[in-house]
Design a protein around this ligand. Structure first.
Ligand code: SF4
Length: 348
């Protein structure tokens, strides 16, 4: 347990300022995420140093395609979440309200990252915003050891939270669901308002944090191509046409086990819509082997990075990250880490 970093108190109640819900929590109560508790007028994180998952992952699993490609990241999570997605594929840990996990203090996370030859640490699987104290302290130590830090987030962080973590945060994958359709968010994730996500994205961008955006296309409930067009237009206008956009295939899970996986032609239509809007780097995810996993030069159309699932199978860029055919500069942060990226599961 650790006292929270971003909250205010008044007459025994506390208000958490980490995510857009801005919960007001009475004494002995917990916030919507279930892991932040008011104890006698002070807010505490109940999950500090309690990792419910830890694994060395390829960075493309996050997904981050234009950030230290080929690297691996020590990935950690705690229980809890500020969303209630009915299709969550990590629901066993995200929706668990029993505080549990192995004792894994920040120094041990960093030690594991180095032992497993990771180049960074990723705060992922559940929502890192809700375990900010743990993530922040780990990120600070990781940076001291030359590691980078990435969040995989639903984007509901407040601007204050972004500002707070930004000195140590290098990259973020911001996950939209159902192409940001407000009704979808209300009925499928219990999220009253999508506006905080746009604010979070602008705040991340203004702090020069590398951002990639994903959009989970959910069969029948969140698969409108008009919504894809609206979301990608916003990204183009506010974050720029070079912003990497991943269209993710839904698969049945948790409370949506009777809904089939997103049909391939729906995903391909969404891909084409995003490219037509003017985004240069659009990818399909959760469809290993598909031609839209690769990077194509936006200038000449040449296939310049080939992928399969979470791995790079062919890297054709020049040393200064240009298209080998026409010389177009491809926006990729960090260096390419070639080599064997076999999946490792640390034994703790
Ligand atoms: S992080 Fe948790 S306690 Fe804080 S505002 Fe969000 S849901 Fe509420």
């Amino acid at each position: 347990m650790k006292e929270a970093y971003l909250y205010s108190s008044l007459n025994g109640q506390v208000q958490c300022h980490l995510c857009g819900r801005r919960c007001i929590i009475p004494n002995s109560g917990v916030g919507f995420c279930g892991v932040r508790k008011n104890i006698d007028g002070k807010l505490y994180s109940l999950v500090y140093g309690k990792a419910v998952a830890a694994a060395a992952d390829p960075i493309m699993k996050k997904p981050l395609y234009h950030f230290h490609p080929g690297s691996s990241v020590m990935s950690i999570a705690t229980v809890g979440c500020n969303f209630r997605c009915k299709y969550c594929d990590n629901w066993v840990i995200s929706q668990d309200r029993e505080v549990k996990g192995m004792d894994l203090p920040p120094s041990k996370v960093v030690q594991l990252a180095l032992e497993y030859d990771c180049q960074g640490v990723s705060y992922t699987y559940t929502e890192p915003t809700i375990f900010m104290e743990y993530a922040y302290d780990t990120a600070k130590l990781a940076r001291e050891k030359g590691l980078f830090n990435t969040f995989v987030t639903n984007g509901y962080m407040t601007p204050e939270a972004v500002e707070f973590v930004s000195p140590f945060l290098d990259a973020a994958t911001v996950d939209f669901k159902g192409s940001a359709n407000p009704e979808f968010y209300k009925t499928m994730a219990a999220v009253p308002d999508v506006e905080p996500i746009y604010e979070c994205l602008k705040a991340l961008k203004s702090r020069n944090i590398h951002v990639e955006v994903t959009d989970l296309i959910v069969t029948k409930y969140g698969d409108s191509i008009d919504d894809v067009k609206a979301l990608t237009s916003w990204i183009r206008d506010n974050l720029g046409p070079d912003t990497v956009f991943h269209i993710l295939r839904f698969h049945p899970d948790y409370k949506l086990t009777d809904v089939p996986s997103t049909p391939l032609n729906t995903l391909e239509k969404a891909y084409e819509a995003a490219r037509d809007v003017g985004l240069h780097y659009v990818y399909l995810g959760n469809v290993p082997g598909h031609r839209y996993e690769h990077t194509y030069c936006p200038n000449c159309g040449e296939r310049i990075i080939e992928r399969f699932g979470f791995y790079i199978s062919r890297w054709l860029l020049t040393k200064d990250k240009r298209c080998p055919s026409c010389g177009w500069s491809i926006p990729i942060k960090g260096v390419y880490h070639p080599g064997d990226l076999e999946y490792h599961m640390p034994v703790i």
